[in-house]
Design a protein around this ligand. Structure first.
Ligand SMILES: [Zn+2]
Length: 400
């Protein structure tokens, strides 16, 4: 069920995006909607346990992605790549950069230094942490069907090594690797083609190609334009450099001086500046993937717990709803805010959340989404509300 769930998520194709500009739908809004009672947890969404679990594993996912990229780069023999470029064999050049294979191996920990996380391990840590956080959150939830109302936390035996969970994690990791490899491959194709069209020394071209690996197409293009602006000697273009968010500010004075005296920036300095820009873009992409996927993995862990709870007949799907939980601060986007409004009563365990464009089964709704979700028991909430109203009426009577 979980494997199907992940694949059917309509946002799956955008998870490893990472363009700097946020889509219009995600633009920030000022003002936070009020948080209502979620029924099972008194903590604010900012301190929602599964989100905290996701946060803690994000660093490992970021590191694992950067290692994947390094493994791919390490495999490239510059001399061979230069030779292919010199022969005009662009397909051969692309095949030398063996992205899919290298990344798949590295995701499983092959070629990665001992003690460093493979992507699969890092995702597994987030998945397990999400399931365990959810178990704690539900520890005191009474099991509605049973007469003696035992607590779910005491009854459930959570098994994260069961075949479904293991299969899900494998499918999820490979799916993610495929998306990351594809984006990386498309970027490399672009970079090779442009290097070839622009001409230049094949060895230098090969080095440049290697130094763009790991970025998406648009990110690689942005780095390339950054280099062209620096090399141009054109004051207008060099001024644009100073508008790039991810530039290394330590070189601003160099650029400003070049603009003032209308000169070009020394070649070695351009190389350093471009490399710093690339490194920052790569970090940005790694963080985007880490933040997005840590939430996806952690939420999938929660779903696994719910699945097992249902299997053990500890959760009644008829009386249980999933609620979308936003982080209600000034960074909340309209897109996620709308998900709350579009699903006011939550959704069933096997039902997707409605969004402004299609449906999603679980957070994240978009790259760098900071949403969470949790269980909600409508009947229990109704009983609580009735008790509260009765108490208030009693108090009012007393006052008269
Ligand atoms: Zn969100």
């Amino acid at each position: 069920m979980l494997v199907k769930t992940y694949i059917s998520s309509s946002k799956a194709s955008v998870v490893v995006g990472g363009a700097l500009a946020a889509p219009r739908a995600f633009q920030r809004v000022i003002g936070a909607p009020s948080t209502s009672n979620w029924g099972i947890s008194k903590v604010s969404p900012q301190r929602f346990p599964a989100l905290e679990a996701a946060d803690r594993s994000a660093g490992k996912i970021e590191r694992a992605f950067l290692l994947l990229v390094q493994v791919v780069k390490d495999r490239i023999v510059l001399k061979d790549l230069a030779e292919k470029l010199e022969q005009g064999d662009l397909t051969g050049a692309e095949q030398l950069v063996d992205v899919e294979n290298a990344m798949e191996q590295a995701a499983l920990g092959k070629g990665v230094p001992v003690g460093e996380p493979g992507l699969q391990d890092a995702l597994q840590i987030a998945f397990h942490a999400g399931a365990k956080a959810e178990l704690e959150a539900l520890a005191d939830v009474p099991i509605e069907k049973a007469a003696k109302k035992p607590r779910l936390g005491a009854e459930l035996s959570l098994n994260l090594l069961n075949p479904e969970a293991v299969a899900f994690l494998q499918g999820y990791t490979m799916n993610l690797i495929r998306q990351v490899s594809l984006q990386t491959r498309l970027a490399i194709r672009d970079v090779i083609l442009t290097a070839f069209n622009e001409g230049g020394h094949p060895y230098e071209q090969a080095r440049e190609i290697r130094n763009l690996i790991g970025l998406t197409q648009s990110q690689a293009a942005a780095v390339r334009r950054f280099r062209q602006m620096l090399q141009s000697g054109d004051p207008a273009k060099m001024r644009e450099v100073l508008e790039r968010t991810l530039r290394d500010h330590r070189f601003d004075s160099t650029v400003m001086r070049a603009i003032q005296v209308q000169t070009t920036i020394p070649k070695e300095k351009v190389v350093t500046m471009v490399d710093r820009y690339y490194q920052r873009y790569l970090t940005y992409r790694a963080q985007t993937i880490a933040r997005t996927e840590s939430i996806r993995a952690s939420c999938a862990g929660q779903q696994e717990l719910w699945r097992q709870a249902q299997q053990q007949q500890l959760l009644d799907p008829e009386r249980t709803r999933r609620k979308w939980i936003i982080t209600p601060d000034d960074r909340l986007c309209e897109y996620c805010k709308a998900i709350r409004a579009l699903n006011p009563d939550g959704v069933r365990l096997d039902e997707e959340f409605v969004t402004e464009d299609g449906s999603v089964d679980q957070p994240p709704a978009h790259p760098r989404c900071r949403c969470a979700f949790g269980l909600f028991f409508p009947e229990r909430e109704k009983r609580r509300a009735a008790r509260r109203a009765a108490r208030e009426a009693q108090e009012k009577k007393g006052e008269v």
